[in-house]
Design a protein around this ligand. Structure first.
Ligand code: ADP
Ligand code: MG
Length: 383
């Protein structure tokens, strides 16, 4: 790919802080990440930030990808995948060197590489190899500040097993579930079927580490269980099986606090799913009328207060930083049961996280400023 609008040799020294917006990636949520990145690149305040945009291909190659290139790609196909660009990017890993290295080939075939100073990285990646602590670990090694949760929080937030352990330890209400490890399924499938039956049908079979509902099946009858397990295992060999929670799906956005300030929780929003057994990929991204997102959710004041409190508690339970979206079920008797935390939630202006902040007084582009500012305020080092 060419880089029409970006001059890779420019440095931000003495001028605006430079933010590297990183998107794409190896997970099945690659295309969703591109859509997120397009929105952020459109809205980010260029008076305030210098921006360098970096794409990661589905096989993990890093390269420069301008906003124009991304727009053109998504105009052509709404669920596009990034073709590998010509200006490859890498990170020097020694401390004190906050550059991206941009590798090129001169006309005579000689390798060229140039540095581009960056002050912070904004990883707009969803799912494994982006939202799960792996990318965060790389940025720690590179000594670069970044937006959002650190290594452990990202890894725990990606894993539906460990996040439940953290939530339970923090006193949050978690629904009944059981964990199925690869070895257990392969050596004692009958034992697994019995454990699942104890939860009572319907159950939800989920890959422990996936996202966007990939690999999740609602199982109404024991005869469908093995097929659901096979389908979840295509995404992750570790599974979580949960009893169904009957209730409304309510989400709450959390934003880290500045300095010693407490993290902030937005007004909650509600997801109402139409014509689907669950809030699945189609309802999330494909069908316009697959789900209704309303914000603020219509709930009694005291339930709203509980949700906001529990959302901040869930954020701290995983050692959250920067941002997270906490997803709950509110049962008919108004119990608040946590479903999951997402450390890099959907982030287009029509996604729930930005909408909940808009309803709570922080508009999209101000939210982006806020997240980058939080990243810059935080010291690099053990997190
Ligand atoms: N235990 C459950 N009870 C009822 N519905 C559930 C349960 N678990 C998941 N769902 C439904 O499936 C959707 C996706 O599950 P979720 O755990 O949020 O996966 P993802 O991380 O892919 O978003 C939820 O938004 C909800 O509609
Ligand atoms: Mg979810």
């Amino acid at each position: 790919m060419s880089t029409s609008h970006e001059n890779p040799e420019a440095t931000a020294e003495g001028s605006k802080p430079c933010v590297a917006v990183v998107f794409g990636g190896r997970s099945s949520e690659h295309s969703i990440s591109l859509i997120t990145a397009r929105s952020v690149l459109r809205a980010i305040d260029r008076e305030r930030w210098d921006v360098v945009s970096v794409g990661i291909s589905t096989d993990g190659a890093w390269f420069l990808c301008s906003q124009e290139e991304l727009e053109a790609l998504l105009d052509e196909h709404p669920m596009a995948q990034l073709p590998v660009g010509t200006h490859r990017v890498s990170l020097p890993l020694q401390t004190g060197d906050s550059r991206l290295l941009i590798h090129d080939t001169a006309e005579n075939g000689a390798p060229l590489s140039r540095g581009r100073h960056v002050d912070a990285v904004f990883p707009l990646l969803h799912g494994p190899f982006g939202e799960d602590g792996t990318l965060q670990g790389l940025l720690e090694l590179a000594d670069l500040p970044y937006v959002g949760c650190g290594v452990a929080a990202s890894a725990i937030g990606m894993d539906k097993h460990f996040m439940k352990l953290a939530f339970e330890a923090a006193g949050l209400e978690v629904g009944p579930y059981t964990v199925v490890h690869d070895r257990t399924w392969r050596t004692d499938p009958q034992g697994v079927r019995e454990r699942v039956a104890e939860l009572g049908f319907p159950v939800f079979v989920k890959p422990a580490r996936a996202g966007s509902s990939f690999g999740i099946t609602r199982v109404d009858d024991p005869s469908q269980l093995d097929a659901a397990i096979a389908s979840a295992r295509e995404h992750d060999l570790k599974l979580v099986v949960e009893a169904e929670i009957e209730g409304r799906e309510i989400e709450c956005a959390v934003l880290g606090g500045h300095g010693t300030d407490e993290a902030r929780a937005s007004l909650p929003g509600e997801i109402e799913v139409h014509g689907h057994a669950l809030y699945d990929f189609e309802a999330k991204y494909v069908e316009n009328d697959g789900a209704t997102l309303s914000c603020p959710a219509r709930l009694p004041e005291e339930v709203i207060d509980t949700l906001r409190r529990e959302a901040v508690r869930a954020f701290h339970a995983v050692d959250g930083e920067g941002l997270s979206r906490c997803d709950f079920f509110v049962t008919h008797d108004e119990r608040v049961v946590i479903n999951e935390i997402n450390t890099m939630p959907g982030f287009t202006p029509i996604s729930m996280y930005p909408r909940m902040w808009a309803a709570s007084g922080i508009e999209y582009s101000a939210l982006i400023d806020e997240l980058i500012t939080l990243a810059l305020e935080r010291p690099v080092g053990l997190r």
